[in-house]
Design a protein. Structure first.
Length: 156
């Protein structure tokens, strides 16, 4: 049996292959860069929630001259620190010189791949703010909870 050698590819097929390869390379690079930028924006939003928790603690201490007296004081400080809609008060409990407050802060960030969903995403983070000391010398300890622990669980 005689062996057969295949002929050469047509020039248009080589050009089409090169164009498709270049297109897919650009697409993959754009996707990787977009995902990296989205991760940076999400990290920035998480850090903004930490700053919100600090602003809340400062607003409570500055506004009351000490820990919050009741839930209304905590809500007032929350609204003044971060504005309505970005913070949610779950619980406020006072015991023996300590006041424990559980809050959730939310921030939005831009997504990079908007074809597959909404253009903005929201990151929520739960914090426990513990106020120690008397009215004259109040200190606040801020504890950030992990994503797997909800504020309802932390409030118990």
């Amino acid at each position: 049996m005689a062996s057969r050698q295949a002929g050469r590819s047509a020039p248009w097929a080589k050009a089409l292959g090169a164009v498709l390869l270049a297109f897919f390379t650009v697409l993959i690079v754009a996707y990787a860069v977009g995902e990296s930028r989205e991760a940076d924006r999400e990290r920035s939003a998480l850090e903004a929630t930490r700053a919100d928790a600090q602003r809340f603690a400062d607003a409570v201490v500055d506004g009351n001259g000490g820990p919050p007296h009741d839930r209304r004081d905590a809500e007032r400080a929350l609204d003044s620190a971060v504005g309505k809609g970005q913070g949610l008060l779950y619980a406020t409990r006072s015991t023996e010189g300590r006041t424990r407050t559980v809050l959730q802060f939310s921030r939005t960030f831009e997504r990079s791949l908007t074809l597959l969903g909404p253009a903005q995403a929201t990151v929520d983070r739960c914090f426990t703010v513990v106020f120690h000391g008397s009215a004259a010398r109040t200190e606040a300890e801020i504890v950030a909870h992990d994503a797997d622990e909800t504020c309802s669980e932390a409030a118990r």
